[in-house]
Design a protein around this ligand. Structure first.
Ligand SMILES: NC(=O)c1ccc[n+]([C@@H]2O[C@H](COP(=O)([O-])OP(=O)(O)OC[C@H]3O[C@@H](n4cnc5c(N)ncnc54)[C@H](OP(=O)(O)O)[C@@H]3O)[C@@H](O)[C@H]2O)c1
Length: 313
């Protein structure tokens, strides 16, 4: 297949591109700074010669969006929203304008669309969309607004010959340098991998190989469209998540951090505490119902596999 990855130069794109190329597919990455073979220029906002890559392709997986790991200043929040909404819109326009449209458009979304909660897991059918939780900072609602606006662009797009799926993905854990697993492992190795603000908040995650397998599964299953959660079936509280990660590497202790210490740490890392404190309890209802089987359903084993791959990196 010919598979086009707008925004495919980042962490998730690297994981997908590596796997899809190894499987023999032709992969084209759309980037604002194309750097080599298989990368084509676009600006993420306006049509251009890049649309010829979409016309005649088989699958588009749009991953473009300003990183959310940043300080939530008004300018950064605006860029987080605009880069997602505008790129989804222009990808939709390119598909709509194609003489030979792709048969599938996978649009990245996020598990963060669901409410901060502890009591029950969010699947696609019964999950609660976030934004009106009573006991969280108001600005957390903005991440939900981004996710719903992002998905809204895909829903609105008039692409009758193209199946559309929104990937409500949890954190994709891969052994690559600079990825989210790398950062968490570094904190654990520094002795900082303890519970944050009590550690009861849930962490949802997906092993990189299951992420790729889920994408393959969605490509193959013509009957699936709309939002699909990409998360391992066993999210767990942050304190257990970090304990298992420490265990996988062999770090005996992890200092606990209070909420204000997390604020300081997030500031130092130029990030935001929402990423640490929001309880993301998300499960893959539709994937399981459709018969998808996870290779890495449980975190301790997944973490051990990732650590092994980091060590052989
Ligand atoms: N990583 C995860 O675990 C995870 C989980 C759930 C959802 N997501 C979402 O999935 C997407 C991909 O994640 P990722 O971790 O691969 O992100 P990433 O490493 O930050 O890569 C995203 C790519 O988007 C492009 N981009 C950045 N700002 C842009 C802008 N203003 N306009 C157009 N393109 C822009 C960049 O490509 P160029 O610089 O080459 O143009 C960048 O490589 C993101 O939208 C993210 O929010 C990620």
């Amino acid at each position: 297949m010919k598979i086009v990855l707008p925004g495919g130069s980042g962490q998730v794109g690297t994981v997908l591109r590596r796997a899809l190329t190894a499987a023999g597919h032709q992969v084209v990455v759309l980037s604002r700074r194309p750097a080599g073979a298989g990368e084509i220029a676009w600006d993420g906002r306006t049509p251009g010669p890049w649309t010829e890559e979409i016309d005649g392709s088989d699958v588009v997986v749009n991953l473009a969006g300003r990183s959310v790991s940043c300080r939530y200043t008004p300018a950064n929040l605006e860029a987080m929203m605009a880069s997602r909404v505008e790129s989804a819109r222009v990808v939709g326009e390119a598909i709509a304008g194609s003489a030979r449209p792709p048969r599938l458009w996978l649009q990245m979304s996020t598990a963060t669309v669901y409410a901060h909660r502890f009591d029950a897991a969010n699947d696609e059918a019964t999950g609660v969309i976030g934004g009106s939780e009573p006991d969280v900072p108001d600005y957390w609602g903005y991440s939900v607004d981004i996710a719903t606006a992002w998905e809204g662009e895909q829903e609105k797009a008039d692409t009758p010959h193209t199946r559309k799926v929104a990937l409500r993905s949890a954190m994709v854990m891969s052994p690559d340098r600079g990825g989210v697993f790398d950062v968490l492992l570094m904190l654990a190795r520094l002795g900082l991998g303890g519970p944050v603000a009590g550690g009861a908040q849930y962490v949802s995650w997906i092993h990189d190989r299951d992420f790729v397998r889920a994408v393959d599964f969605l490509v193959a299953r013509d009957d699936l469209s709309g939002p699909v959660n990409l998360a391992a079936p066993a999210p767990l509280p942050q304190r257990a998540f970090m304990r298992d990660l420490r265990g996988a590497w062999g770090v005996p202790v992890g200092l606990p951090a209070t909420r204000w210490m997390a604020e300081l740490g997030a500031f130092a890392l130029r990030s935001d505490t929402e990423l640490l404190l929001k309880s993301r309890r998300v499960v893959p209802g539709r994937l399981l119902e459709a018969g998808f089987v996870f290779d890495h359903p449980q975190w301790p084993q997944a973490a051990a596999d990732l650590v092994r791959r980091v060590r052989s990196r």
